[in-house]
Design a protein around this ligand. Structure first.
Ligand code: URA
Length: 239
C-alpha cells in the first residue's frame, strides 16, 4: 500500500495532509526516512510519524447517506448496476452499508467500517427502530391496520408488533401514506406486510434508523455522524 494511503487509513490525517507530512520528512519506514508519498508499505513494516509508531488500525468512520432510489445497497454488484458505494467514492476508507434497503427504496442508510457496531445494529436482538413512510395503493380500514400492528404472516412467519400510523389518505386516488415503525428487519418486510393486506407499496422511504434521520440532507448526499450520535449508537447496542 502507498504510504500516504496507509497513514490516512490509520487515521493519522487525510490522504492529502499525509502527503505533506511525508514530504516534510517526518515519516520513517523501518527506521529510514521515507519522504515520498508513493513509498510502499507492506505487512510487517513499522511506520512512525514524528517517532510515534502508527498501527495498521483503520480509523473508524460513520456516515449517514440519504439514499436515492435506483441504487442497490450492496458493496459489489455483479450486474454493474449503480451501488451506494458510488455515492461515497471520495471516502478513503472502505465503508459498507449497515443493513440493506431495496434498490427502489430511499432514505436513511448508515455506512461505516465499524464491523461490530454494524453487526449489532442489524442483529434482531437489539430491536433497532426503523421508521418507514410507505405510499400504498388502497385505503386500509381499521381491521387491516390492526393486523399490521399486531403482526401478520409474512413468508410463513408472524411479524413482530409494529407501530402504524396513517399520515395521509386520498380517497380520490385510493392511496394512503403510512408510517410504519419496525424493530426487526426482514427482507422486503414493509412491502410484504402491505402486500399481505392487499395494499401494495408504490413508494418507500426510510425516514429514520436507530433514531437518526436525514433532516434536510438532499437525496444522494451524506453527512458524518457527530460524536454524540456515535456515542448514542454505541449505547443503544450495549457497546
Ligand atoms: N422493507 C422493504 O420492503 N424494503 C426496504 O428496502 C426496507 C424495508
Amino acid at each position: 500500500m502507498r504510504l500516504a494511503k496507509y497513514l490516512a487509513k490509520a487515521g493519522v490525517s487525510s490522504r492529502r495532509r499525509a502527503e505533506s507530512i511525508i514530504r516534510q520528512g517526518r515519516v520513517r519506514i523501518n527506521g529510514t526516512i521515507a519522504d515520498q508519498p508513493q513509498a510502499r508499505v507492506g505487512e510487517g513494516d513499522s511506520v512512525t510519524v514524528d517517532g510515534k509508531l502508527i498501527g495498521p488500525v483503520e480509523k473508524k468512520m460513520y456516515l449517514l447517506l440519504n439514499k436515492p432510489p435506483g441504487y442497490i445497497s450492496t458493496v459489489y454488484d455483479t450486474h454493474d448496476r449503480p451501488t451506494v458505494m458510488n455515492l461515497v467514492e471520495n471516502i478513503e476508507l472502505r465503508l459498507y452499508p449497515v443493513g440493506r434497503l431495496d434498490a427502489d427504496t430511499s432514505g436513511v442508510l448508515l455506512m461505516t467500517n465499524d464491523g461490530e457496531l454494524a453487526y449489532r445494529l442489524t442483529h434482531p436482538r437489539y430491536r433497532v427502530k426503523k421508521i418507514y413512510h410507505a405510499r400504498i395503493s388502497g385505503l386500509p380500514g381499521g381491521d387491516k391496520l390492526k393486523q399490521l400492528r399486531k403482526g401478520i404472516l409474512v413468508d410463513g412467519e408472524r411479524t413482530a408488533p409494529a407501530a402504524v400510523r396513517v399520515l395521509k389518505t386520498s380517497g380520490h386516488h385510493n392511496t394512503a401514506l403510512l408510517e410504519i415503525t419496525l424493530t426487526e428487519g426482514r427482507k422486503r418486510q414493509v412491502k410484504k406486510m402491505c402486500a399481505a393486506i392487499d395494499c401494495p407499496v408504490t413508494e418507500l422511504r426510510r425516514v429514520s434508523f436507530a433514531g437518526l434521520s436525514t433532516g434536510d440532507l438532499p437525496e444522494g448526499a451524506y453527512r458524518f455522524l457527530t460524536e454524540q450520535e456515535i456515542k448514542d449508537l454505541y449505547q443503544l447496542v450495549d457497546l
